[in-house]
Design a protein around this ligand. Structure first.
Ligand SMILES: [Zn+2]
Length: 867
């Protein structure tokens, strides 16, 4: 276990080497290469080829092939994921939607730090499962996403484009096929000067990739498949410098997709990949592996003989015990790069030389701040630190503090002491107070600053399209002189601290509002039968040393809040305060069940802010923290959806065994249920322990993730037999955790049937079934306003003792009856449902609440009773 962690860390450092100086990751210390990693980077210096891999989602990418291309073939390698995976399910927390997209974005970046590839995106949203590429391209907006793929190709300039999926219709996610269709069209469109000419400028030109390939791997090949049109390549080789095979590296990379539960075993044997040529430009190169017949050396350009010679000399002369001895050779490469005619490759190779120079010199530099957050217009102390850990003579000429701040350039002209034999050199530390500009934009991901379209994130600055995350906004530039050549090393401002468990950690400096305003919920449900006010807690957090003002709720018409305003004073950065408001519907509003939006606004006293406009704060700072990714920060509108609904409930006490990241228990409490969240220990007490509950509910995938739950089947069935109601939400019969034990009292099979159109018509095939009548009479209106999908993992085959009262289907498909199964068992009732209550209830969909109340009431067989 320890060994695997060590290898992951070493390779993580190497992977980011390419991006080291300009995009140094504020989430960790600046990367430092070992001698072996320097040798790999030197090998890469002599290669000038590139491959862009295209697929639809985080986890679609072939990490084995990426690892081999970047570290074995030494070519520039990129993964273009059309989406950020924001429509999936989360196995490590309760984040959904844009927050899940943030986690998945960072999981891709963590994977790339291991396999050494770069990460690109388009603006397309992962709107959930799609059954056809036509539907996918219609919802995304094909023209816009195609333009984004072309933009990625024109800037990345790949020799070879590889699609994960076939552009031909097949039995897979519509996003998958659409990603391949886009790659095929973009392969041609990128070379067409008439296609989005506004993308073309001095730096970005049209681009014709040499070859377009479709990549298949072992898991997608079935016995009898005709592979005669495919070329194969074993990418499972071992890299002795890194001490890892590409199959092992691939597994470590893929295991970063933790929110999808994709930890995989390391493959130490052959890894055979198959490639079919979909298109080729120029003279046919015949059959072969991806880069066959393409010159990926510096010799692909005329007049680079001298450059090639100095690069080879630098590789040959490298002494792992004395990397600093390579500095003159690297300076010679830098000078010879003037002879490389291709401007983009010239700039790229210059950056590689610069990174290698820093690495060979054992040079450390970072720029840390006194706090991890600061408000626009405020000051923060910055410490610029540089240390020379080699015998190379290095002079620090100047330190440029961030542009737009008051400190500007500090000239130093100080020779950095080289370490005495075996000892450490002292560091140079410069402290300056920096004032962040009053108009500095607040920290939030660029694709989440404005409301999105249904299929596309809104990005105001077109140059940001495709970037995995925002570039660092404030950085310190260190101007060194080494071997008579200047070397500029840029470090983003970062907060560095010591975690008692994790040790030294870095996080990016956040520009945050003077006050964060965050309601404790985004949805409040108001049952008609119950007219008493509901409490809303609003959290305030100071983003400046002194914050004083008034917090005000702005309710929609027909709603009353108390108090009308609440004054507050926060004394100290990060100080928190909770304000409790009471919210109710105005008297006389009886039959209007239209939801409304309430806004929370903090108005700061004029003295503490510049102008009137900026004195209103109506957003909350949200941070997402998981151990395998850097801390993510985004700003969420301080808004609450107020939803009145006509709901009756039978039974109050609900036992709930949650699935991963389950928000249903909190949702049920909003309409008055007393929910006890059960853990595995509670199952130990058997049916007797469950008897106190009016209904027992199982969260999504809980049978998949809990062996104890599967083992408790007999106890759960005894509870039902004795008169209880058991509601099981969807589980999967997948490779993650095949269901080996039954879920219900009689057999049924869970399949992969789903209805992805959230507006699909629902037919009542058994309209007198109590789950559709008691205590709430369910009608078509209860299926209005659903989000993302109707349901998934429906039952496929079931015992005759089950009743299936609903039917629904996606357009053009036959009706599916497996979304809801109900069976009497003894004196009680068992329910299995694939309906997506886990999405609808947290989103405040009234009809979903009314139907769920019926499912839980079924075993009572009693008339409605309010409580
Ligand atoms: Zn996918």
């Amino acid at each position: 276990m320890c060994a695997s962690i060590i290898v992951a860390v070493i390779v993580a450092t190497l992977g980011s080497a390419v991006l080291m100086t300009k995009d140094a990751r504020a989430a960790g210390p600046p990367p430092q290469l070992s001698a072996a990693q320097i040798q790999v980077a030197l090998a890469r210096l002599g290669v000038a080829g590139s491959v862009l891999y295209v697929a639809a989602h985080p986890d679609d990418e072939n990490t084995g092939l990426l690892a081999y291309l970047a570290n074995g073939a030494h070519v520039r390698t990129g993964y273009l994921s059309i989406t950020r995976g924001d429509g999936g399910q989360n196995l490590i927390g309760s984040e959904q939607g844009p927050e899940l997209g943030l986690i998945r974005t960072q999981e891709l970046l963590a994977a790339r730090r291991i396999d050494g590839a770069e990460q690109l995106f388009t603006r397309a949203r992962d709107f959930g499962y799609s059954k056809s590429p036509d539907e996918t391209l219609r919802i995304w907006g094909k023209e816009a996403v195609l333009a984004d793929v072309v933009w990625a190709i024109r800037r990345f300039r790949p020799d070879v484009i590889i699609t994960r999926f076939s552009p031909e219709p097949s039995d897979t996610h519509g996003h998958h096929t659409a990603s391949a269709i886009l790659a095929v069209e973009a392969y041609r469109a990128a070379a067409d000067p008439q296609f989005h000419p506004e993308q073309l400028s001095g730096e970005v030109t049209t681009w014709q990739a040499r070859r377009l390939l479709w990549n298949r791997s072992g898991f997608s090949i079935h016995p009898g498949d005709d592979l005669s049109a495919f070329d194969s390549l074993d990418v499972g080789g071992y890299n002795p410098l890194l001490g890892v095979s590409y199959g092992e590296m691939a597994a470590d990379s893929r295991s970063m997709h933790k929110s999808q539960g994709f930890g995989v075993a390391r493959n130490r044997g052959p890894v055979v990949e198959y490639f079919k040529t979909l298109a080729e430009a120029g003279a046919p190169a015949g059959r072969g592996a991806p880069l066959h017949g393409i010159d990926t050396t510096l010799g692909r350009w005329a007049g680079t003989g001298a450059l090639h010679a100095v690069v080879e000399r630098a590789k040959r002369q490298f002494d792992p015990a004395h990397p600093e001895a390579s500095l003159p050779a690297l300076a010679a490469v830098d000078a010879a790069l003037d002879g490389l005619p291709d401007a983009a490759w010239r700039a790229r190779k210059r950056r590689e030389v610069q990174d290698l120079t820093v690495a060979c010199a054992g040079l450390f530099a970072d720029a840390t701040v006194a706090d991890f957050r600061v408000a626009p217009g405020d000051e923060i102390e910055v410490t610029a630190t540089a240390v020379n850990r080699s015998s190379a003579p290095i002079t620090l000429r100047a330190v440029r503090f961030p542009a737009g701040t008051s400190s500007g350039v500090v000239a130093v002209a100080r020779a950095l002491a080289a370490p005495a034999n075996g000892a450490a050199a002292p560091s140079v530390d410069l402290k300056r107070t920096v004032r962040i500009p009053a108009d500095a934009a607040l920290t939030t991901p660029y694709w989440l600053t404005s409301p999105p379209e249904p299929g596309l994130f809104t990005v105001a600055d077109p140059t940001l399209i495709g970037a995995p995350e925002d570039p660092p906004r404030f950085a310190v530039d260190f101007v060194f002189e080494m071997a008579s050549r200047p070397l500029v090393v840029s470090r983003p401002l970062a907060f560095k601290w010591t975690d008692p468990v994790a040790g030294e950690r870095y996080r990016p400096l956040e520009i945050t509002p003077r006050v964060s305003v965050r309601p404790d919920t985004q949805v409040m449900m108001f049952p008609e039968r119950d007219r008493k006010p509901h409490s809303l807690i609003v959290h305030l957090v100071a983003g400046a040393p002194q914050v004083k003002g008034v917090l005000r709720l702005e309710p929609p018409p027909g709603w009353l809040v108390e108090p009308a305003t609440a004054p507050f004073a926060l004394d100290g950065m990060g100080q928190e305060r909770e304000v409790v408001f009471q919210i109710r519907r105005a008297a006389g509003v009886v039959h209007d069940l239209t939801p409304g939006t309430l806004r929370a606004v903090a108005e700061l006293a004029a003295a503490s802010s510049g102008d009137e406009a900026s004195a209103r704060f109506a957003r909350g700072v949200v941070r997402i923290e998981h151990g395998h990714i850097p801390i993510q920060t985004w700003l969420c509108a301080a808004e609450v959806r107020l939803v009145p609904l006509a709901i009756e409930t039978a039974g109050t006490h609900i036992g709930y065994f949650p699935g991963p990241g389950d928000e249903v228990p909190a949702s049920l409490r909003r309409v008055g249920y007393d929910v006890t969240v059960l853990d595995e220990l509670a199952l130990g007490s058997g049916a007797a322990g469950l008897a106190r509950f009016d209904a027992e509910v199982i969260g999504v995938r809980a049978f998949n993730t809990s062996q104890r739950l599967r083992a408790a089947h007999a106890a759960l069935m005894s509870y039902v037999e004795a008169g209880g109601t058991l509601v099981a939400q969807y589980n999967t019969n997948s490779r993650l955790a095949p269901l080996t034990a039954p879920i219900g009292p009689y057999p049924f099979d869970i399949g992969r049937d789903r209805v992805t159109d959230e507006t699909a018509a629902v037919t009542f095939t058994d309209s007198v079934n109590p789950v559709l009548t008691t205590p709430n009479r369910i009608g078509p209106g209860d299926f209005a306003g659903w989000i993302q999908e109707r349901g998934l993992y429906f039952a496929e085959k079931w015992d005759g003792k089950y009743l299936a009262p609903l039917a629904m289907n996606d357009p053009g498909e036959k009706p599916l009856a497996g979304s809801l199964l109900v069976a009497r068992h003894g004196k009680g009732t068992f329910v299995y449902t694939g309906l997506a209550f886990f999405r609808q209830l947290p989103a405040g969909v009234p009809g979903a609440y009314r139907l769920f109340a019926n499912l839980m009431a079924h075993g009572k067989g009693s008339p409605a009773r309010a409580h």
